[in-house]
Write a protein that binds this ligand. Structure first.
Ligand SMILES: Cc1cc2nc3c(=O)[nH]c(=O)nc-3n(C[C@H](O)[C@H](O)[C@H](O)COP(=O)(O)OP(=O)(O)OC[C@H]3O[C@@H](n4cnc5c(N)ncnc54)[C@H](O)[C@@H]3O)c2cc1C
Length: 506
């Protein structure tokens, strides 16, 4: 019998592809299968957040994503009697090289990730469905079906990146609790005459919200609206139906034409009871689904994958203890819960029929929007949250502050900011990165030798003399996913040694 595989990745949507890239970059032995014969051509998610762009930069694909997308700088909020232009991410995002919301079709994001894998001879095995997965003697025995034939294979770990109806989740016996929203939504990728190009547009009405997003490919605009009450639920989504909504909800004389794709769908808010059960892991939509408010879904899935991939690879190589894998759930499940809560609140305000919510949309919003615009504190908080730059793992067992953490600057568990500019690029190669600040003589090779011995292939050392993220003499150990594991002030290495012995044992 052939040796078991390290990891079977089930599903090649954005989450599975990102996991494949992270496993590949860290040298794991894995396969990635998807039951669909071809990748999805329509766009579902259409925006990539700054934190996702940062996280994908290590694969060298962010520049291509940015070149193919539209870094839209503002949102036009169409209120009953005026238009308020809200700058997007103009504040609170100065520590990233990507301070913008990138509008890009999900199909294009998947294509770029898929091309990265193909260039490294990783085949996405399409038309291959996981039909069964059972634990047996510390492994998972998986049955894969392709062209009517079945293959049995064994893997140490199986990751369900297989979407909302996850087979892996079912096979692992993990619940998926939550609720469906009562409204039906209409979505169309099409051309619109009369819209100011390049910006995102939101029409606030008593009946709900109507959105136009600058998509680019396969059509200029993505329209999203609630199905008007009274329309039959199974009515075809025609241009006439959509034009009727636009005429009823706006007075701008917009003309819709040339639809490329139109569909109706219902939204759910659900979360997996656990992200892990023994050798089974869940990531992306298999672990959490919610409304598209704030464009968080695909982004959260990709970041789940990037958190899990290096951990699996290092455990499989015997370079990290098995308990490292427990930190996946403790770090990512709170993020999933927070995104579900956030999107639920935004969605309820945007679509609710309660008279107070209608009042909020039509009467309060025109007064509140300028106040929000003026408040830098509020705007910073909103942008930090939506951009996902504010996600941290400060309470994770993997985040350890030294006895004297630096007075200012990023803390253990925070993402490494791009301060000074270029720091993220310098620390994006696979593996851990040790940042040492202060006079270089403090960090001689002799002093570091006991710490690095046996870890030379895992840790890259950077001596940051002039500019640094911390004002003091400090040490920061950056994880392979760009978050700080250990941060300490001063030149004593005992805390860092203890951390390395725990998580990077020799
Ligand atoms: C209409 C619509 C609009 C959306 N708009 C947005 C948006 O604006 N912003 C946003 O961020 N998100 C949006 N989303 C959500 C976003 O598309 C998802 O969050 C994202 O696709 C999740 O990626 P994933 O890889 O986790 O799962 P998926 O993209 O669902 O991929 C799962 C893959 O697993 C495969 N698979 C399933 N079962 C098996 C099996 N047993 N064996 C093998 N393969 C299997 C499937 O074929 C599929 O390719 C939208 C979703 C929809 C439906």
């Amino acid at each position: 019998m052939t040796a078991p595989l390290d990891v079977l990745v089930v599903g090649a949507g954005p989450t599975g592809l990102a996991l494949g890239a992270q496993l590949g970059a860290h040298g794991a032995r894995f396969r990635i299968v998807d039951r669909c014969l071809d990748r999805v051509r329509e766009s579902r998610a259409l925006a990539v957040q700054p934190r996702t762009l940062e996280a994908l930069a290590g694969f060298g694909i962010t520049e291509e994503l940015v070149a193919r997308g539209n870094p839209t700088a503002r949102l036009c909020l169409h209120l009953p009697r005026r238009v308020v232009r809200l700058p997007l991410f103009d504040i609170g995002c100065d520590d990233t090289p990507y301070p913008f919301l990138l509008f890009l079709s999900q199909a294009e994001t998947e294509r770029v990730l898929g091309a990265w894998l193909a260039a490294r001879d990783v085949e996405v095995e399409r038309g291959t469905e996981l039909v069964r997965a059972e634990r047996e003697g510390g492994l998972v025995v998986c049955r894969l079906r392709r062209d009517g034939a079945e293959e049995t294979m064994r893997a140490r770990y199986v990751v369900g990146c297989d979407g909302a109806h996850s087979t892996v989740r079912t096979q692992a016996g993990i619940g998926f609790e939550g609720y469906a929203y009562p409204q039906t939504f209409l979505l169309a990728d099409l051309e619109v005459d009369g819209l100011e190009p390049g910006s995102a547009h939101t029409y606030l009405t008593g009946a709900g919200m109507l959105f136009f997003f600058p998509l680019g490919e396969p059509a200029t605009w993505r329209m999203l609206a609630m199905r008007p009450p009274g329309t039959p639920v199974d009515a075809e989504v025609t241009t006439e139906l959509l034009q009727g909504i636009v005429d009823h909800w706006t007075s701008d004389g917009l003309v819709l034409r040339d639809p490329v794709w139109a569909t109706a769908f219902r939204l759910h808010n659900r979360g997996a009871a656990r992200y892990r059960s023994g050798p089974f892991f869940l990531a992306g939509d298999a672990a959490h689904i919610h409304s598209p408010a704030g464009a968080q879904g695909m982004n959260t899935g990709i970041q789940d994958a990037l958190n899990l991939g290096w951990k699996l690879a290092q455990v499989c190589h015997g370079r990290a203890p098995e308990r490292l894998l427990a930190t996946y759930e403790s770090e990512r499940a709170p993020v999933g819960r927070s995104v579900r809560g956030l999107t639920d609140r935004a969605f309820t305000v945007a679509t609710g029929h309660h008279p107070l919510l209608r009042l909020a949309r039509t009467r309060l919003a025109p007064h509140l929007a300028p106040l929000v615009l003026r408040s830098t504190v509020l705007r910073t908080r909103i942008f930090r949250t939506v951009s996902e730059l504010g996600i941290h793992y400060r309470r994770s067992p993997l985040s350890l502050a030294g006895t004297r953490p630096p007075a200012h600057g990023p803390r253990a568990g925070d993402r490494l900011p791009d301060v000074p500019r270029g720091l993220q690029a310098r620390t994006s190669a696979p593996g851990w990165h040790l940042l040492l600040t202060g006079p270089p003589h403090l960090w001689s090779d002799e002093r570091l030798a006991p710490l690095l011995r046996g870890r030379e292939d895992l840790v890259t050392v950077h001596r940051l003399a002039a500019e640094s993220p911390w004002p003091d003499v400090a040490q920061g150990l950056v994880r392979p996913d760009g978050h700080l594991g250990h941060v300490a002030r001063g030149a004593h290495l005992a805390g860092l040694r203890a951390y390395a012995d725990q998580w990077l044992p020799v």
